[in-house]
Design a protein around this ligand. Sequence first.
Ligand SMILES: Cc1ncc(COP(=O)(O)O)c(C=O)c1O
Length: 412
Amino acid sequence: MTHQPMPDERIVPNPAEEAYWAGLRHALMLDPTVTYLNNGSFGPCPKIVFDVVVESMRRLQSQPFQQFLREIPQAVRASKEKLGAYVGANPDDFAFVMNLTIGMNMVAGGLDFERGDEILTTDQEYGAVNNCWNYLAERQGLTIARVAIPSPPESEDQIVDIVASGITPRTKALLVSHITTTTGLIMPVKRLAQAARERGVLSVIDGAHAPGMIPLNVEDSGADFYIGNCHKWLMAPIGTAFLHARPESQKLLHPTIVGWGLTWDALRRVIAADQSDMYRLFEFLGSRDLSPFAGVGAAVDFQRGIGIDRIAGRGRRLARYARTRLLDAIPGVTLLTPWDERLSGSLTAFTMPTLTERDLMAEVWDRFRMQILGRVTENPEVTRCRLSTHYYNTYEDIDRFIEILHELGAGR
Ligand SMILES: Cc1ncc(COP(=O)(O)O)c(C=O)c1O
């Protein structure tokens, strides 16, 4: 079901708005000769955020012992409080982790399963996350059941029906992305978590793309475990993510990396900044440089200065413009992302005949210095292309992309 936009839905850029966003783009460190339409892989961080990290790294070298045990943990805790307020999570209920992959492994490896248990998930999950659960399933004799979500789906109701009907008496956990990497679909995670809970199933949400793309309230999602990335749409330093566990679900999660944090005895004598069990068991993981986490607070401040509704609105307008232009200009484009604004945000995925992964990744970068994402699908004949439109992107970026597609012979 591909909806064609009506003429009154067409977007005309507003010069004052464009000037505002251009000012923000200058606060980033992106190379001005590069067109970056791939925020969904890694977000560029504002210079002010980068400076906080570098300053923290510098201070660490000035007196490693005091900085590591006292000063940096306080800065990290301050970041955690800001992040918690921004994404609707009590700072005591989440641990900072390096990335989503690590947080997901902590959940998969930290829960008790029995041979024969089933994990229910969808056909739109991220490859590394699939690997994590498939590997666990193989080692522990679990089954992975995968429901197919249409691209695009018709409604939230349809998604909930498909997922809920996949739950069986053997299902122990439901794993879904909040925003899917393959099609940019925003899943109704609150309804899915509720459907899981009603059937005695734990919910695990891959929130790689939600923080900083759309308004987010982790507690309100009702998920037992929610892992979110800070280094994509929140544009915090690379190597920053969080693992949130509802208070009632924390006791179900065992640490898989065990060090001083196993008990409070030793830790309380040296660390005063963060007294939560999530910190002790999932964040205090031996000697490492925590400076990137010190920068998360600055990334939150930066986004708060703009406003998440304004950011989400900008991303959606650019995405809508991109989708309209693609359908208008490139014969044969099949849009995978829904038009419905409850079901999609700042990611746009589509397929089109003739272009290959090589064209979209190597040619587009080498010849035109534009970064997008192109991946061959399960069907080797079909390549899926994904555009990320964050607030710093422009309508010209999208026009340029369309021109490049023409130059590459798309749709011919
Ligand atoms: C949906 C989804 N999950 C997980 C990840 C992995 O994130 P990370 O590389 O931070 O572990 C990504 C990264 O693109 C993603 O898109």
